[in-house]
Design a protein around this ligand. Structure first.
Ligand SMILES: Cc1ncc(COP(=O)(O)O)c(C=O)c1O
Length: 371
């Protein structure tokens, strides 16, 4: 009980706040994962996930965080060599995952804060060296939305190349039309814009991706997409899943898809993002992310006025908010370069405009006191 009283409202870019109804949904009694009851639960989740992803592809579920599916995408889909589009800490991690899985990998790299441009991907794919490209849709460390629509037009010119997209911090907060964009694997963690407790991830998988997996022997065990596919068809999972999460996922998908509605949800995220960006400018600060590529789910702001973010964070904690003071390694790099550090404001999940307004008012009061 005291933990609930002490709960700090999360304004960090994940995990995000989870509504009480969803937390309660996690407290169902356990059921056997090989029962009809389980298959019925899983069977209800599948079409709702497909609507969220705008796809007819399977949308697999894994009891792991999103990093698990990042590894799965690499293990199952890269045969020849992968090109990783790196523009921040998480896209860099995907490159490292590729190397640690023993794959051949190269990167297209832009300065952190900038977005990957489609022609860069074209230049790389033209070489014929690659059979997969990894793009991080929302680079959470820098608040950048990479232009996956435009990049998809490029990738479509190369039918042997699989398009792998990390939508960990954007799925559920903005429209990602998986089938229209021809995304072969689109992966997401549920603790971000889907506003569920952490510990589960979801990924759509195209037929082309399954076909590629068939040609690869060392797909590993836990993240073997072909095993996941086999059981998915029977409304099951290969191993014991987090059943509590699945109850919560079903309820939250009902809310996202039917109650709030996808278009309304995306509009709310856009409005919150616009509000935060305007607020930053009004307070004489600059967005760290490249103009025109700012994320709808998380804003990364340059602390150009040199506010003492550590003490502001403490003040906000005292008021019941958990604030973000920027991605650590990015800020260390910026400090070394003598540049202003960054902080992020998450506006994703089930957060409402009034939550953001209250939070920004608190920060502004602290700013005005000259911290
Ligand atoms: C863009 C992005 N990719 C990957 C990850 C890793 O996801 P997880 O922590 O769910 O494994 C994160 C986590 O914050 C992220 O923001």
């Amino acid at each position: 009980m005291s933990e609930i009283k002490n709960h700090k409202k999360l304004f960090i870019p994940g995990p995000t706040e989870v509504r009480k109804e969803i937390l309660e949904e996690m407290s169902h009694h356990m059921i056997g994962h090989r029962t009809e009851e389980f298959s019925s639960l899983f069977g209800q989740i599948k079409p709702k996930l497909q609507r969220l992803f705008y796809t007819q592809n399977d949308v697999l579920v894994s009891t792991s965080s999103g990093s698990g599916f990042m590894e799965a995408a690499i293990r199952n889909c890269v045969s020849k060599k992968v090109i990783n589009c790196v523009c921040g800490a998480f896209s860099q991690k995907w490159y490292k995952i590729a190397l640690s899985c023993g794959k051949q990998a190269s990167k297209i790299e832009v300065e952190y804060g900038k977005a990957i441009k489609p022609q860069m991907v074209d230049e790389a794919l033209k070489t014929g060296e690659y059979d997969a490209v990894c793009v991080t849709h929302c680079e959470t460390s820098t608040g950048v939305f990479n232009p996956i629509e435009k990049i998809s037009e490029i990738v479509k010119k190369y039918p042997d190349v699989l398009f792998l997209v990390d939508a960990v911090s954007s799925m559920g907060g903005t429209k990602i039309e998986v089938d229209k964009l021809g995304i072969d694997i689109c992966l997401a963690s549920v603790q971000k814009a889907m506003a569920l407790p952490s510990g589960l991830s979801v990924a759509s998988v195209s037929q082309k991706a399954y076909e590629r997996a068939k040609t690869i022997d060392s797909r590993g065990y836990y993240f073997d997409l072909l095993e996941l596919q086999k059981t998915y068809e029977k409304n099951q999972t290969p191993y014991t899943p987090s059943i509590s999460h699945l109850y919560a996922l079903r309820k939250q998908l009902d809310y996202i898809v039917d109650e709030e509605g996808l278009e309304n949800r995306f509009k709310r995220h856009r409005q919150m993002a616009d509000f935060v960006r305007n607020w930053a400018v009004e307070n004489e600060m600059k967005m760290f992310s490249e103009l025109g590529y700012e994320s709808d789910t998380v804003s990364c702001i340059s602390n150009t006025k040199g506010f003492d973010l550590k003490s502001i964070k403490q003040e906000l904690l005292n008021k019941g908010y958990l604030a973000d003071t920027g991605y650590r390694t990015l800020n260390e790099k910026l400090t070394q370069e003598g540049k202003p550090t960054t902080f992020r404001i998450a506006h994703m999940g089930d957060m409402q405009m009034t939550d953001i307004q209250d939070y920004l008012n608190e920060i502004e009061t602290i700013f005005k006191r000259g911290k």
